[in-house]
Ligand binder design. Sequence first.
Ligand SMILES: Nc1ncnc2c1ncn2[C@@H]1O[C@H](COP(=O)(O)OP(=O)(O)OP(=O)(O)O)[C@@H](O)[C@H]1O
Ligand SMILES: [Mg+2]
Length: 404
Amino acid sequence: MFVSHLSLVDFRSYSQVSVEFEPGVNALVGPNGQGKTNLVEALGYVATLGSHRVSGDSALVRAGTSRALIQTRIVRGERASTVELEIVPGKSNRVRLNRSSPTRARDVLGLLHVVVFAPEDLVLVKGDPDARRAFLDVLSVQLVPRFRGVLNEYDRVLRQRGALLKSAGMHRRGNAESSDLRTLDVWDAKLAHLGGAIVELRHRLVRDLTPLVEQAYEHVSSGQGPASLEYRCSLDAYLAEDVSIGASQEVPASLIEAQLLEVMSRLRGKELDRGVNLVGPHRDDVLLSIGGLPAKGYASHGESWSLALALRLASYDLLTQSEGLPGPDANEPSGWLPWGQDAEPVMVLDDVFAELDVSRREKLVERVATVKQVLITAAVAQDVPEELAGARFDVMAGEVTRVL
Ligand SMILES: Nc1ncnc2c1ncn2[C@@H]1O[C@H](COP(=O)(O)OP(=O)(O)OP(=O)(O)O)[C@@H](O)[C@H]1O
Ligand SMILES: [Mg+2]
């Protein structure tokens, strides 16, 4: 797939901009702070309904205005689709597909696949578990769009249950009877049900990514390895070793659901004392290793970079492979992808080449040379490798000008 057109109104620093992209390489060059990342961020937003830089939507709307508009044209095989997406912070987004009447924003998911490589990716390896969970969740939403709803609902349940644990815990300390405890049973069931689905999908994602990461790491790092990943489920701390979820091949949602319920009932006293949700996918992690040692805390800076690149390249490959899988089923999508053909994502390399040493740079160039469409941002033209000739745009003070 590729994006042939992008226009923005009041998105980030842009009051109004319109860009025609080409298949193949598109380089966006301009000094710091001129709006290069803002452009690619908008495309990422259409793909995932989230920004790769911020969690809320308010920073996406141009200061002093109240809504942002992203319009884009996506070409997949013989088919072109137009997406218009309106972002109004604090309200639900509105989407129009192919100029028809507005629909739920979620309906746009799956239409465009984007994989963003950015200097911040180092946190995937060196940072806290939330970065790795977000990596899996963003990928899962592109593969299984209905998952956006599951993740949002899970967040809501966590917040509600957390609040209830706090208030019920306080009652308990005052020895007062509380109907909160009965309500808690209902929230336990919700958490377990949604949590089961999330763990099942993430676990499967890690399993499918593993050989791709191994391969990509070997390619970019010239052989210090191998790299591996393992899903670390917070349930495992409370289960006997022989039923460990992290090490299992398959983890059906129903099994996780039952185990979450069982562990929550055992932990209830502790959860009430502390007023926090102690177990569930919001506490899970992915253990990344290189040569059998945990990458976090052991890997060198260069190795960490190679692994971060490998994670992104593997996502790219997994999304590409999702081509040809079963078609849409409104209620229960059975495969990874509902949109069938031409699944190869748009690759975004945001300021990445400047961060890499010569060898990693060459390896990445080799890989990028054959992708269907790549958007590269760089502060200076020399940071765009010569081998990657293609369309060139200057980005300056909110204007984007095609120069080559
Ligand atoms: N909501 C907003 N309203 C107005 N301006 C914004 C908004 N959000 C970001 N900006 C401005 O956009 C600019 C940053 O744009 P962007 O991150 O795209 O720069 P860049 O060209 O990628 O720079 P660099 O080369 O440093 O990465 C900053 O000047 C910032 O103040
Ligand atoms: Mg930038």
